[in-house]
Design a protein around this ligand. Structure first.
Ligand code: WTA
Length: 572
């Protein structure tokens, strides 16, 4: 067996003294103690994240440090409490009640966070959307969830087919001017007249909180429902994995359109009463380093593509900034290359701690802890309270070094509770009794470290964004020139994978670079920029099964020059 590289423990002053001991003794009940629900049995995650601190002596502490190229603002826990209360009252006046779905479709801004928290305080289920979504993506999600309200901006409203969404009754516009038509409201006007006192809707732990749409290999994006109970996991992983301590300045670079931007961009820091840095605007090495320096960030949670881009920008840029406050760096979303971990150590003098989880798991399940040795390339070990294993398709646990399904013993506090409107899809994850089957393949080594190997299905991970090939294919065949399309992920040194589309054209269309560009633009404008294929290859015919399904596996084998495997189901 090859000698594994080990990077020794560097961080000090942790909340978790010994991983092994915690793993042996931990019970989720311990984490529940932090919250106030034992008084009434009822709860509200937004209250626990914000109001609890405001009421317990941290009212004047900075909760949110916001900046983007145009704005720089900060809010204390007390101010966050009042602003989210105001928004709760706006929704109350409009008539929203517990269980209603409200979507937020806008760039990061303080208003996004006020709306998010305010809606939760009423027991409303929030669906956050990436601002990059185009009309098709927005329609799918609002339609499936039958959202009754939407918070957006006048610019983004152009991508919302309001008239085609009968359930959508209320649109709250941030930054709108002038009189509003019926059903449309000015965020600023409404907030001005709303009271900063709110009667919070106390909910049950199992009541819906968040709806995150994510992609699978077949079908439209699925709505993963999380409940208020998930906060237990957000809180405890924040403490032990992010190592959040009272004086930390924490920055999670993810957008709330992605689950990382809610579980770890909202809940984990605020449930732990920590100052949370939010940066709007696009990625650039200068801006990012400046954000770290200016705010004195101590704990930084980001993703491999970003680290690879920073690595590509070189170490000269880093030297212009004072990053001496940084003490803990983490990564999630895609495989973290050992090379990046080594570079991080050299450049920042710190280890980058990989962590593994999924939209469906709601929180971190496997990770490298501050007080553990790191094996670069490994995702680390299960969180205390979590039992992870590699199992075969029958549910037998496999010994170390055997590759198989990465699976988790059910349940855990932040586990999804539903796929919206699709119980059959939900059941698929639990098809092996007692286990949640992740769809990732991995192996475990003799020390209990897990090593990611790949996806078992065809889901593409490009720059950490999960893209379903079916969604892209469906959009492609809407283009008049496209007869059939098959989409795969092609390995890429910076983005992990890029999207590559194989296309057969309808009669009368001839392959050309202009046509490729036009098709790419069609997907970009219809779905989202990150879903548009970076590479397109025209083929006379695509490999299909006799039942007519495009065989992505064969496309991938062509692309990577691999054996095509069993072709018995392929049509003549
Ligand atoms: C992949 C939510 C390798 C994996 C956070 C998973 C990872 C999918 C890692 C979830 C990691 C996540 N190493 N791969 N540390 N973390 N993934 O729901 O395939 O958008 O199933 O992420 O990302 O994607 P999602």
């Amino acid at each position: 067996m090859k000698q594994t590289e080990i990077i020794d423990v560097k961080t000090t002053g942790n909340n978790l003294t010994s991983y092994e001991e915690a793993y042996r003794n931990f019970d989720w009940k311990q984490a529940e103690e932090a919250f106030s629900w034992h008084r009434t049995g009822k709860v509200n995650a937004a209250y626990e994240a914000i109001d609890r601190h405001a009421e317990n002596g941290l009212g004047d502490k900075t909760a949110l440090l916001y900046s983007d190229p145009k704005r720089e603002e900060s809010y204390t826990f007390q101010e966050m409490k009042e602003q989210s209360n105001r928004f709760g009252n706006v929704l109350k006046k409009i008539g929203l009640t517990k269980g209603d779905r409200m979507f937020i479709f806008m760039p990061r801004s303080p208003e996004l966070y006020f709306s998010f928290l305010g809606a939760l305080k009423l027991g409303v289920i929030v669906g956050p959307l990436f601002e990059a979504f185009m009309e098709g993506a927005v329609r799918d999600r609002l339609e499936d969830s039958e959202a009754v309200a939407l918070v957006t901006t006048p610019q983004l409203l152009e991508r919302v087919p309001v008239k085609e969404l009968p359930a959508l009754k209320h649109v709250i516009l941030v930054g709108a001017t002038g009189e509003q038509e019926e059903g449309f409201y000015s965020f600023e006007e409404e907030m001005k007249h709303a009271s900063p006192e709110l009667e919070i809707e106390w909910v049950d732990r199992e009541d819906g909180m968040l709806l995150h749409y994510t992609s699978g290999s077949t079908g439209k994006p699925k709505g993963v429902l999380h409940v208020h109970n998930a906060m237990i996991q957000h809180y405890q992983t924040g403490k032990w994995v992010l190592d959040l301590q009272e004086d930390d300045i924490y920055w999670c670079t993810a957008d709330p359109g992605w689950v990382t931007g809610t579980s770890y961009g909202i809940f984990a820091p605020w449930l732990n009463g920590v100052t949370n840095v939010i940066r709007g605007g696009r990625f650039s090495p200068d801006d990012w380093y400046q954000t770290l320096e200016k705010n004195g960030v101590t704990v930084w949670y980001s993703a491999p593509t970003a680290f690879r881009m920073l690595m590509g920008a070189g170490s000269e840029v880093v030297k212009q900034f004072d990053l001496s406050k940084l003490r803990h760096i983490l990564s999630v979303g895609e495989p973290l290359n050992p090379e990046v971990v080594r570079w991080g150590l050299k450049t920042y003098g710190l280890r980058i701690h990989d962590s593994w989880w999924m939209t469906e798991t709601g929180g971190i399940l496997i990770s490298n802890y501050p007080q553990m040795e790191i094996k670069p390339g490994s995702m680390g070990k299960p969180f205390p309270g979590i039992q992870a294993a590699i199992i075969d398709d029958q549910g037998n646990e496999l010994p170390p070094y055997r590759m198989g399904n990465l699976a988790i013993r059910t349940p855990w506090p932040s586990m999804m509770r539903k796929i919206w409107n699709n119980p059959a899809k939900y059941e698929e994850y639990f098809r092996i009794p007692g286990w949640y089957v992740s769809g990732d393949s991995a192996y475990m080594d003799e020390d209990g470290y897990f090593w990611f190997q790949g996806r078992i299905d065809d889901v593409i991970n490009t720059s950490g964004e999960r893209v379903g090939p079916f969604e892209v294919e469906s959009k492609l065949v809407e283009h008049p020139a496209v007869a059939e399309a098959g989409v795969i992920g092609k390995p890429d040194p910076v983005r992990g994978e890029i999207i590559k589309a194989f296309i057969s054209l309808r009669d009368g269309f001839t392959p050309s670079d202009e046509l490729k560009e036009e098709i790419r633009k069609f997907v970009k404008e219809g779905l989202a920029a990150h879903a548009a294929p970076r590479e397109i290859e025209f083929k006379d015919k695509l490999p299909k099964t006799r039942s007519g399904k495009i065989m992505r596996r064969v496309l991938k084998a062509w692309e990577l020059d691999l054996p095509t495997g069993d072709l018995s189901t392929m049509e003549e």
